[in-house]
Ligand binder design. Structure first.
Ligand SMILES: NC(=O)c1ccc[n+]([C@@H]2O[C@H](COP(=O)([O-])OP(=O)(O)OC[C@H]3O[C@@H](n4cnc5c(N)ncnc54)[C@H](OP(=O)(O)O)[C@@H]3O)[C@@H](O)[C@H]2O)c1
Length: 285
């Protein structure tokens, strides 16, 4: 692990790049490769591994459960998410138990509300706090909360116990740099970035064709995806969770931790992908 680059979350200093697992564990033919991809990341020092009860109706959690078996549980920061309709006092513990069984563990390091639904957030906080007291989760957070939802949450009783907000964030989707990112920083809560490599550049921004990014990647002898990850960890306040079923891509993603983008690189990047000057709606999914 790079000794300098860590992110603080839930009271722990951890490796800043994690592993996403959406759409993994569904296809029998790809299963071994997917397992190897996750294990390659964990062997290379990754600690955060992100899944959800929603992903493949539990298939992703089952795959993660198999992947982590060989690793020291205490070193990991295992994250799963509860669906909004299950985030009630009655249902949350049932969802959590099912996730723990699929993951073959007796606690989650971090449990996230996948997005805000119709159950009052006060009730979800209560259910999360109860799970924390019972030791089935170490900490909790939210996902897909915009700046106003986040402000409201932090002002509720125990709302400040929320440790992160997992949202879409990459160079082609940096609208939240206007308000949510500074607000999270002010509250000393790291952001968890999903789609950090813009879904393999399939989100429409053509990042891998952008000359500035090609020039910077050439300078460091890496590819554009690695530059995207280096950009997302530039301030030590964000944990990107790139998903890959390809062990070689996973290793490249992990190695992005060693890229030190200079002020000049960042200025060049900003000239093509400027910081937003007005509030923008959250990019979703
Ligand atoms: N909270 C939420 O609502 C929410 C929503 C979406 C996602 N997430 C979480 O965030 C994770 C990441 O987001 P995501 O999966 O949507 O998008 P992503 O990580 O930006 O992109 C995944 C895609 O990028 C490709 N890729 C990854 N590394 C690569 C590399 N080094 N070179 C070339 N291609 C590469 C992968 O293909 P290969 O397999 O070929 O490498 C895969 O198709 C998810 O898996 C999930 O855990 C959360």
């Amino acid at each position: 692990m790079n000794k300098l680059k860590t992110v603080k979350i839930a009271g722990r200093e951890i490796f800043p790049i994690g592993l996403g697992t959406w759409n993994m564990g569904d296809d029998k033919e790809k299963y071994t490769q997917e397992l190897n991809a996750l294990r390659a990341g964990l062997e290379a020092g990754v600690q955060v591994i992100d899944t959800a009860e929603m992903y493949g109706n539990g298939n992703s959690e089952r795959l993660v459960g198999n992947a982590i078996e060989l690793f020291e549980r205490e070193k990991l920061l295992l994250v799963s998410k509860v669906l909004p309709e299950n985030a009630s006092k009655k249902q949350l513990s049932i969802s959590l138990d099912n996730s723990l069984k699929r993951l073959k563990t007796d606690y989650l390091d971090l449990y996230l509300l996948h997005w805000k639904g119709s159950i009052p957030i006060e009730e979800t906080i209560e259910a999360m706090e109860k799970a924390k007291m019972q030791g089935t989760i170490k900490s909790w957070g939210v996902s897909n909360f915009d700046v106003n939802q986040m402000k409201k949450l932090l002002n509720l009783p125990n709302g400040h116990n929320c440790v992160t907000n997992q949202v879409r964030y990459n160079l082609g989707d940096r609208g939240i740099d206007f308000d949510l990112v500074p607000m999270m920083k002010e509250n000393r809560k790291p952001l968890m970035a999903y789609a950090p490599v813009a879904r393999g550049d399939k989100l429409g921004s053509a990042l891998t064709k952008q000359q500035v990014l090609l020039d910077i990647s050439k300078k460091y002898n890496v590819d554009v995806f690695q530059i995207l990850l280096a950009w997302s960890i530039r301030n030590g306040e964000t944990i990107p969770i790139p998903q890959s079923s390809n062990p070689k891509h996973v290793i490249k993603n992990v190695k992005a931790v060693n890229i030190e983008l200079t002020e000049e690189d960042l200025k060049k990047i900003d000239s093509v992908y400027p910081e937003p000057s007005v509030s923008e709606p959250l990019a979703l999914w």
